[in-house]
Design a protein around this ligand. Structure first.
Ligand SMILES: NC(=O)C1=CN([C@@H]2O[C@H](COP(=O)(O)OP(=O)(O)OC[C@H]3O[C@@H](n4cnc5c(N)ncnc54)[C@H](O)[C@@H]3O)[C@@H](O)[C@H]2O)C=CC1
Ligand SMILES: O=C(O)C1=N[C@H](C(=O)O)C[C@H](O)C1
Length: 271
């Protein structure tokens, strides 16, 4: 019998957590061995399947990540920045593959993952879908082919519960566009527009965030010049695309040397 890597889902009651529990439970390549929620959450102590309104899974939601990680080969983590940093330290101690989908991390928080990546495989991406990771490659190429006559704007739309802006995906696309242009995103990002802003600065990369209803995730990269426009677009209609990508990353990371990776590595999309 082949060994199926054991996976812990952190933030198991969340929108992504529940989708991950479902996708892992249906997979014949991995097994769900743990579900973690924050202390005080109603689901702690309950079977994750039952809490989700499905069949009992035999996995109880607990609030002690260390105990959960002891059973596992990988954790899949779509939670919040502070929680992700805590999990990274624990996953590194246990030498687990840590798949990070959490967005809204500051530069300092991302930098703080570096020590953990010396001991464990970390796969982190603001978007785990195949489509968006292809879109980043296309964005880089189009940005490299066009000059600054083309204003670049990144427009993203998400559900009304989302707490961070711009989205992790928008920032990935912004990085790709900046890389294509040979500039640093930090030098050209235009993230705030309100009031008398003055005319748009040539060469800037603008970000626009829409929040409403149950939008899963939509991203447009607009290249607008006098007389013509190009739009590259990705629309996610089902969180399963992120969860399947994350599971693929957790399996891909098994046996890889410690380090910081992203979905471009997992999907083999390097140019
Ligand atoms: N990279 C990607 O492909 C995607 C990333 N995301 C990101 O994933 C994150 C979560 O998104 P959602 O599931 O929509 O949010 P959510 O709010 O539905 O779920 C987050 C869960 O994490 C739990 N949590 C927070 N702190 C915790 C802690 N210390 N210990 C254990 N659990 C803790 C919360 O109780 C909650 O259940 C966000 O940052 C979002 O932007 C979402 C979708 C795709
Ligand atoms: O919070 C979400 O929902 C999503 N977050 C990710 C992001 O910030 O880009 C990915 C996806 O768009 C859904």
């Amino acid at each position: 019998m082949t060994h199926k890597p054991g996976i812990v889902v952190t933030g198991a009651s969340g929108r992504m957590g529940q989708m991950l529990v479902r996708i892992i439970s249906e997979s014949d390549k991995a097994q769900l061995v743990g579900a973690v929620e924050r202390t005080g959450h109603d689901w702690v102590g309950q079977d994750i399947g039952t809490a989700m309104g499905a069949r009992a899974s035999g996995v109880t939601v607990i609030d002690d990540p260390l105990e959960a990680f002891a059973q596992a080969q990988a954790i899949i983590d779509f939670t919040a920045p502070e929680a992700t940093l805590e999990f990274a330290a624990l996953a590194a101690q246990a030498r687990l593959v840590h798949v990070i989908g959490t967005t809204g991390m500051s530069d300092a928080q991302i930098e703080a993952l570096t020590p953990a990546a010396r001991h464990a495989v970390i796969v982190r991406a603001g978007n785990m879908s195949l489509g968006v990771n292809l879109l980043t490659q296309l964005t880089r190429k189009v940005a490299a082919a066009l000059d600054e006559d083309f204003d670049i704007e990144i427009i993203e739309a998400h559900h009304h519960h989302k707490v961070d802006a711009p989205s992790g995906t928008a920032l990935m696309l912004g990085e790709a566009a900046a890389e294509g242009r040979g500039v640093a995103l930090a030098d050209v990002a235009d993230r705030r527009r309100d009031g008398i802003t003055g005319a748009r600065e040539r060469g800037n990369i603008g970000f626009v965030a829409i929040r409403g209803g149950d939008i899963v995730g939509e991203h447009d990269v607009l290249f607008a010049a006098p007389g013509e426009r190009i739009t590259l677009r990705h629309v996610a209609t089902d969180r399963g695309v992120f969860a399947r990508g994350a599971l693929r990353a957790a399996l891909w990371g098994q046996g890889k040397p410690p380090g910081a990776y992203d979905m471009v590595d997992v999907l083999g999309l390097n140019d």
